[in-house]
Design a protein around this ligand. Structure first.
Ligand code: SF4
Ligand code: SF4
Length: 415
């Protein structure tokens, strides 16, 4: 028997001109718009333990991954970094670029910007306050403007279903390259209307952006740690522009995802690294399924960015309207238990169907932790603990290495 419906969410069609879509939310999935949040805790943590970019905070493993990548992956990512360089440089300087036009009387630009973004090809566009509580510590002086334009570009469907693979990495990184150029053009549009536009490059991130996408109603956080948007789930790459243009904010939406994930848990069960957890915890003021980074990182490095948690998500594969309608009609998770949804292959371990997971030696999960300089000190301490006292010349070399590591840690770019 069909389940009672709490509410129906209406969203614009996938591309401009397509009819609206409807997402029925079953009564037993209705929780709260966006995500359960304790504002006071979010503010407290942002003050006493501000977020920091992984490129800084996890610098030691950012360097280490290059020793693990297969040759073809390393070559592709090096090429991507080269192609992204101009966009990262443009983004870095974008907050200081003056408007090219004059404002026409303080008009609300929300719909003009939304239309321009959709015409450029973005699949999801939303507006919210640029919430400085999510800004990385090293970027606090860089972020300039009060409003966030949240933009999502869908990555190729077929390539995504081949995760984990180099082909899927082309979809992942290639989408960043395409959307960087699109966002640059949208920023120019905003400037032509008389206002500033600062680009936040995904390759040099300034903040944890998913909370702002959720606040703008573009989806909800999945148990896989990704934004699940109505049309393409997590099969999207996120981009943000902040601006002082007058815009109206969108609001958070309850798509039913917060409760649905607890019934689904396919990504949790299928994660090769056992990095995803079944139960939600309160983390920095937000109730969520918290990913265990140390279990994920080695798998990502060894297996082409992994992304099994994206591939096996029914909302990614079938779209939110179909998945939520199926749940209303049957009480079941569309595709759960099927080879089509849950199967995947790891290049040196073979194929794993529903209920099967790869095995890794304990040592597979040993990798450098923390900032680059912290990791050097950790190794140094280990030597001392083993009575391996360095000679004077080695100490000078150590000091030089720490200095270089500290300089490198000042860069927030992903390269
Ligand atoms: S990327 Fe792979 S290892 Fe990491 S959480 Fe997703 S499925 Fe697990
Ligand atoms: S696979 Fe299931 S539990 Fe995981 S994010 Fe997708 S809907 Fe949520």
């Amino acid at each position: 028997m069909a389940k009672p419906i709490s509410h129906i969410v209406r969203r614009p069609g996938r591309v401009a001109g397509e009819p609206d879509v409807e997402v029925p939310v079953a009564a037993d999935l209705a929780t709260t718009p966006g995500i359960p949040l304790r504002e006071v805790d979010v503010s407290f943590y942002s003050r006493v333990a501000p977020l920091e970019s992984q490129n800084v905070e996890k610098g030691a493993d950012r360097d280490w991954v290059w020793s693990v990548y297969d040759d073809d992956v390393a070559e592709y990512i090096r090429g991507h970094d080269e192609r992204m360089k101009p966009f990262v440089d443009t983004a870095l300087a974008s907050g200081g670029v003056e408007p090219s036009g004059a404002p026409d009387g303080g008009d609300d630009l929300t719909e003009d910007i939304r239309r321009a973004a959709l015409e450029l090809g973005f699949g999801e566009v939303g507006f919210t306050r640029f919430d400085r509580r999510y800004v990385y510590e090293s970027k606090r002086g860089w972020v300039k403007f009060p409003h966030a334009v949240c933009l999502a570009l869908e990555q190729d469907y077929d390539q995504t279903q081949s995760l984990p693979s180099l082909e899927a990495e082309h979809a992942h990184y290639g989408t960043y390259e395409i959307e960087s150029e699109m966002a640059d053009r949208l920023a120019e549009f905003i400037r032509s209307r008389g206002y500033h536009a600062q680009l936040h490059s995904p390759r040099d991130p300034s903040a944890a952006v998913i909370p702002m996408f959720v606040a703008a109603g573009l989806g909800q956080l999945g148990a896989n740690g990704q934004l699940l948007s109505p049309h393409f789930g997590s099969r999207a790459r996120l981009m943000m522009i902040s601006t002082d243009a007058p815009v109206r904010y969108d609001g958070p939406v309850d798509y039913g995802v917060h409760a649905f994930c607890q019934k689904c848990l396919v990504c949790v069960d299928r994660c090769p690294g056992r990095a995803l957890v079944r139960d939600k915890v309160w983390w920095r003021g937000v109730e969520k399924n918290k990913l265990i980074y140390d279990r994920c990182r080695p798998v990502m490095a060894k297996y082409e960015g992994c992304g099994v948690c994206m591939k096996v998500c029914p909302i990614q594969k079938f779209g939110m309207p179909a998945v939520m309608m199926h749940y209303v009609e049957t009480g079941e998770v569309l595709g759960k238990g099927s080879e089509e949804l849950e199967g995947y292959a790891l290049h040196d371990k073979g194929y794993f169907g529903p209920g099967q997971l790869p095995h890794f030696e304990r040592s597979f999960f040993d990798f450098p932790h923390g900032r680059r300089e912290d990791w050097l000190f950790e190794q140094f301490k280990e030597r001392l603990a083993n009575d391996d006292v360095p000679a004077e010349g080695e100490l000078a070399e150590f000091a030089q290495n720490v200095k270089s590591a500290m300089e490198k840690s000042r860069t927030t770019r992903d390269e």
